[in-house]
Design a protein. Structure first.
Lengths: 840, 390
């Protein structure tokens, strides 16, 4: 490419050539225009001058005429003469000012009132021969004039204006000469231009074209501009090959397939992508498209390329992509464009633009599957899913409608909204829909807003069912509402529950109102009464007006403030207080005892205390009396226990005395055992009369005394046999304690007698513990010689073990015997209450 | 400090004053017939020019330069005036010129002014001929002569006086009056029974008066200057004839007319370009009258007023042009529309005055009264029918 300075040097031809042409054309146009303009000026300006002057002349005369009228001098011949004279004077001034010839003729007398240099025959000729108010042309004394003739009828004056046009004629002569000179110059310029073009343009162009026609880059030398043209063409021809290469690169770089066919459906050219897709069919060029792309021996039935060839229009289709095995491996989107000859416009082939849409097709199938699944979900949910258009016509209803309403989907789709809901519900639905449509006008409205409402629907069986509707607006891609999406849930049961709740509340209100107990509700913040029932007024003597808005402290109801603090403490810790027994002061000052239960509850979101207080004054009095009576009975019972224990000790003493007289050791041993059993029972009574509770004994203390007594009774040496007691302290009812004591007595006695022969050392262990709610386990064991192998505890004939078995059954207990290291009796039982079943 | 301030102001004043006083004055040349047949009117004109010269210099001169009006005596002779103007332009290097008195002398200097490109404000002439010869830059200060008697003719119409005689000296000014009068008489429907011209300088008018009386004219119009107006009046009286109305141009507006004729002056009509009149209160009119009487101890005639007006109009044109350049001043004068003490100023494309108008005066009992136009009358016109009524 030439440098910029070279470029501007060569600009000469390209700039000058059009400038010369333009100047020539403008010159011709200007010349014509000036002539036209002068001609126009000649006529129009003179005419306009004359017309304007005539109007002004008339206005001068008019002014004087109207002065007469205004002065009231019409008919005054003297003043009229003066007015006419003055008008003529002014016309004369005007004529001189405008360089006009102005003639005024008095029509009745044919007298010339005003004239200067215009021959009278011409004046009269114009006056008689010329049309009024029109420009006429007259020759006066060898000069041309334009004349203009007007008539002022009130005074019957003819005013004729003459304009000398000779001065314009001189101008016209000058213009004519300029026109001639310009025309000659233009003709000369045109000839010069023609010669110049022939020499400087036509010949060089022929030389350049000649070279190009021979297919060679031109090499012109001569005129600078054509040198530049020659070099440019040469550069273009050289760069044409480079462009072809560039276009081929672009063609092959396109990732979609491009295939060019001739009119016989033969492949002319393909890009790399097509070659890659169909490399198994290579080579492609020169073969029929359907053989390569569709593995066919004839054209396809609906071929877009054929349509383009036949109709010359763009066509489109989706075709299978055939793989090496001959099977379809995917889908191709095919656009076909007509390929036209740029010169003739004739169809020369087809451009096939091919895009692989296999992935898109698969994605669309997945989308359809997804839609199917969602529809399946919608079809199977319990709630009814539905859509409506903006005219409230159903567009979809899920099949669950039949469960809730008894109608099939098809039946529902044909029914209008007003036919499927009760009139009240239809009115509510229309109102809600109207509100939402109105909110659509608000640009700040949430487009995803959801509205809920409860409607009562007709069932097919004639009943009704309540449904909770949750609905939102469906929108198109522009956000415009095009429908409604809703879910209807059956809330009939909830409605029934709510009804039941309302009824329950009603019942509660009735109970509250009519309860004989005092019931009051106080606000927790300040303790004031917000409601009381009739029981409160009946018991306390206060009226409703006395207490509402006041607190219990205001009223002085609490006798002992500790009770109130206790109530407050429990409410704070546990949220409730049960059975608080406290004295309360009534309106008349009397003190009544009440049993109060209270609980914190929320009323309208605010915490309150609901207190129910029963008047137990009479009960209290009865209890006091009973307590007094029981005290007396307790003393009496203790005395009985004391006397029984003393009597049993007496029996034990008698048995001891009698045993001393028995020689037979075995018999004496029997006596001794009986004595121990009596003492065992006496110890129970001793514990009972010493205890505060006459029905229960401290079982640990009891066992301790019992074991000590047995060790003493059998004369056990402390250094040989140890007693290990592990007993928890707890109270046991007498009904259980006595059999347990007797079992312990028998088992310890058995161990002392048999487990440690020959001064064998050992330990007797007693464990008693609670294993559950009222469940106990008693273990009596020793590390002595153990029971004989063949001894069955339940089948033994010894009195002691028989007694143990009997007592275990009595307690409903289980017995386990272990013999690994010594002997262990494990007894499990439940505390026994049944009255009147004691052994004695 | 105060002393230094005063000193600075004094120096500045001296420097500024020095500029006006020290610079070359604006020289304005004019000739007048200070001797010869036009000496009365020329004397009035001279006084008018001098009065204006004094006033313009008291206002600071023109464009900051003092004004000097160079007045030379042309002896009431045209060629003399032409030579003087030639000399003033070539030798005295006057910046501007003003017109001489009388139309004939003005006509004589037109070629000189035109040749040197000097605009000419004509303050002492009104012959229509001055504007019909194609000279450029000639500006009339007051009504052209052809309109002098128009007001008088209107009064004749209104007084039912239908026949008149018009006689005129043969100078161009007088002939312009005569031609205009005849033309306007025709327009007003008056009967011009006689028109005669007589040689300028004629002193015996007995025959002419007799001829007029024989024509049956009721009114007599004499177109001329001071001498003719007086001589014809005396001839009429000598002939024992009393026309209903006697009009003479120029002469009767001068006090000398009354002084010379005495009672004979009574009832004579004339046209005046300016008269001291309360309703004729154009700008500077009262001041002019006051200053003139103070300076010269006599009443000014319209000739003095028109001379003063010519100076004033030239002053306004130069100020508006902002330069003494004569071409530029000419352009301004063509478009100038202003007021002077004699009324409105404005010319047509030939330079003829078209906006100023004269009043008609009549001597009544030794006093000059304005009788036309009606709006400015100081007395009703008197047409004498019975000689005894005098």
């Amino acid at each position: 490419m030439p440098g910029s300075s070279e470029f501007f040097k060569r600009l000469g031809f390209r700039t000058l050539f059009p400038v010369i042409i333009l100047v020539a054309l403008v010159g011709v146009a200007l010349n014509t225009f000036v002539l036209q303009f002068i001609n126009e000026f000649e006529f129009s300006s003179i005419k306009e001058d004359l017309q304007w002057s005539s109007r002004f002349s008339q206005s001068i005369i008019n002014k004087h005429y109207y002065d007469l009228i205004q002065l009231g001098s019409m008919g005054d011949e003297r003043r009229e003469r003066i007015a006419k004279g003055n008008a003529l004077g002014e016309l004369e001034d005007f004529m001189r000012q405008k360089n006009l010839h102005l003639v005024v003729l008095d029509d009745p007398t044919d007298r010339v009132l005003l004239n200067e240099n215009i021959p009278e025959h011409i004046v009269f000729g114009v006056e008689r021969g010329s049309e009024e108010n029109v420009v006429n042309r007259v020759a006066i004394g060898g000069r041309d004039y334009f004349s203009y003739h007007v008539h002022f009828s009130p005074w019957n004056w003819h005013i004729i204006l003459f304009q000398d046009v000779q001065s314009y004629g001189a101008l016209m002569d000058k213009v004519g000469r300029a026109h001639m000179a310009t025309s000659v110059i233009l003709v000369m310029l045109a000839i010069l231009l023609y010669w110049s073009l022939r020499v400087n343009v036509s010949r060089p162009i022929k030389r350049i074209i000649s070279a190009v026609q021979r297919g060679k880059p031109p090499r012109y030398q001569g005129i600078r501009e054509f040198e530049y043209l020659s070099e440019s063409i040469a550069e273009m021809m050289n760069s044409l090959e480079e462009r072809e290469g560039f276009l081929a690169n672009v063609f092959n770089s396109i990732q979609d397939g491009i295939s060019i066919l001739d009119t016989d459906m033969r492949i002319v050219r393909v890009n790399r992508t097509m070659e890659k897709w169909y490399e198994h069919m290579s080579p492609l060029v020169g073969r029929k498209c359907y053989e390569i792309y569709h593995n066919r021996d004839r054209e396809c039935d609906h071929c877009p390329s054929r349509e383009t060839l036949d109709l010359g229009t763009i066509s489109f289709g989706v075709v299978p992509r055939i793989g090496p095995s001959g099977d379809s491996t995917g889908w191709l989107e095919l656009f076909t464009f007509p390929m036209l000859d740029t010169n003739t416009g004739q169809l020369t082939g087809v451009i096939e633009y091919v895009r692989d849409i296999t992935e898109r097709i698969r994605a669309e199938e997945q989308l359809r599957d997804s839609e199917r699944r969602y529809r399946l979900l919608a079809d199977n949910v319990t709630d009814i899913i539905w859509t409506m258009d903006m005219n409230l016509q159903w567009t979809y209803i899920s099949p669950s409608v039949i469960r809730m309403r008894g109608y099939t989907v098809e039946e529902m789709m044909t029914r209008k909204l007003e036919d499927v809901v009760t009139p009240e519900s239809y009115s509510l639905a229309r109102q809600t829909f109207g509100e939402e449509i109105a909110r659509e006008e608000d640009p700040g409205a949430d487009p995803d807003r959801v509205r809920s409402l409860e409607l009562e629907f007709y069932r097919k069986d004639g009943g009704t069912v309540w449904g909770e509707i949750t609905a939102s607006l469906l929108r198109d891609e522009n956000g415009k509402a095009v429908g409604i999406l809703g879910v209807t849930r059956d809330i009939t049961k909830r409605k029934e529950t709510e009804q039941a709740l309302r009824e329950s509340e009603e019942r509660f209100r009735t109970a509250f109102r009519t309860s004989p107990d005092s019931i009051n509700i106080n606000r927790i913040d300040d303790g004031v009464y917000v409601d009381i029932n009739e029981g409160f007024t009946a018991i306390s003597g206060y009226t409703r007006e006395d207490v509402i808005g006041r607190s219990s402290l205001d009223l002085g109801i609490w006798v002992n403030m500790e009770d109130r603090e206790k109530l407050v403490e429990n409410l704070r810790k546990h949220g409730k207080m049960e059975n608080l027994e406290a004295p309360f002061r009534m309106k008349d000052g009397t003190v009544l005892h009440g049993l109060m239960s209270a609980k914190i509850m929320n009323i309208h979101g605010e915490p309150h205390i609901l207190s129910i207080t029963r008047d137990i004054t009479e009960l209290k009095r009865a209890q006091d009396k009973l307590r007094d009576s029981l005290g007396e009975k307790s003393i009496l019972l203790k005395e009985i226990h004391h006397r029984v224990k003393n009597n049993l000790q007496v029996i034990s003493g008698l048995l001891n005395l009698q045993a001393h007289h028995i020689k037979d050791g075995e018999t004496r041993e029997v006596y001794k055992e009986s004595q121990n059993r009596v003492i065992t029972m006496a110890l129970i009574h001793e514990e009972l009369y010493q205890a505060r509770d006459l029905a229960q004994v401290d079982f640990a203390a009891y066992i301790q005394n019992l074991a000590s007594n047995l060790f003493i009774s059998y004369g056990v040496k402390q250094e040989l046999i140890q007693l290990a007691l592990e007993t928890e302290h707890f109270q046991m009812v007498v009904d259980t304690a006595i059999p347990c004591g007797l079992i312990v007595n028998e088992l310890i006695s058995n161990s002392l007698k048999h487990a440690f022969p020959d001064n064998r050392e050992g330990t007797i262990r007693v464990d008693f513990r609670q294993t559950g709610d009222r469940m106990f386990q008693l273990i009596v064991s020793d590390d002595g010689i153990g029971l004989p192998e063949d001894m069955d505890v339940r089948q033994t004939r010894t009195l002691g073990l028989q007694l143990v078995t009997l007592l275990i059954d009595q307690l409903g207990a289980t017995l386990e015997v272990a013999r690994e290291e010594g002997t262990e009796f494990r007894i499990s039982f439940q505390e026994y209450f049944e009255a009147g079943t004691m052994l004695y | 400090m105060l002393k230094r301030c005063f000193l600075s102001i004094f120096i500045l004043a001296v420097l500024m004053g020095g500029t006006a006083l020290g610079a070359e004055p604006v020289r304005i040349g004019v000739t007048l017939g200070l001797t010869g047949k036009y000496k009365q009117m020329s004397d009035m004109q001279m006084k008018g020019y001098r009065l204006w010269e004094g006033q313009v210099n008291s206002r600071g001169g023109l464009l900051g330069r003092r004004v000097e009006v160079l007045i030379k005596d042309d002896e009431s002779d045209g060629p003399t005036a032409a030579n003087l103007y030639e000399r003033m332009i070539a030798a005295d290097k006057v910046d501007h010129i003003l017109g001489p008195y009388s139309s004939s002398i003005t006509n004589a200097i037109l070629p000189v002014a035109s040749r040197h490109g000097y605009p000419l404000l004509v303050g002492g002439a009104s012959s229509n001929r001055l504007w019909k010869q194609g000279y450029q830059n000639v500006f009339g200060v007051y009504t052209p002569a052809s309109r002098y008697a128009v007001g008088f003719l209107e009064m004749l119409v209104m007084s039912d006086i239908g026949k008149l005689a018009v006689v005129s000296a043969d100078d161009s000014f007088s002939i312009s009056i005569s031609e205009g009068t005849v033309k306007w008489a025709g327009r007003y429907g008056l009967d011009v029974a006689l028109t005669r011209n007589f040689k300028k300088g004629t002193e015996a008018f007995g025959e002419l008066v007799e001829e007029m009386r024989q024509s049956g004219a009721q009114a007599l119009i004499v177109c001329g200057h001071f001498q003719e107006s007086v001589a014809v009046r005396e001839a009429i009286s000598s002939a024992g004839w009393q026309p209903l109305a006697y009009f003479a141009s120029v002469g009767p507006v001068l006090e000398d007319y009354m002084n010379q004729l005495g009672e004979l002056a009574d009832f004579t009509f004339s046209s005046s370009q300016w008269e001291p009149h309360p309703d004729l209160d154009f700008p500077g009119s009262k001041e002019f009258l006051r200053d003139f009487e103070a300076a010269y101890h006599k009443a000014p005639s319209y000739h003095a007023a028109t001379a003063f007006a010519a100076g004033s109009i030239l002053e306004k044109a130069i100020i508006k042009a902002g330069t003494l350049d004569r071409k530029r001043v000419s352009e301004v004068l063509y478009g100038l529309d202003t007021m002077s003490l004699i009324g409105r100023f404005g010319v047509d494309r030939t330079g003829m005055q078209i906006r100023q108008f004269p009043v008609i005066i009549q001597w009544q009992k030794g006093r000059k009264e304005i009788v036309w136009p009606k709006e400015l009358r100081t007395a009703d016109p008197v047409f004498v029918e019975d000689p005894d009524a005098r």
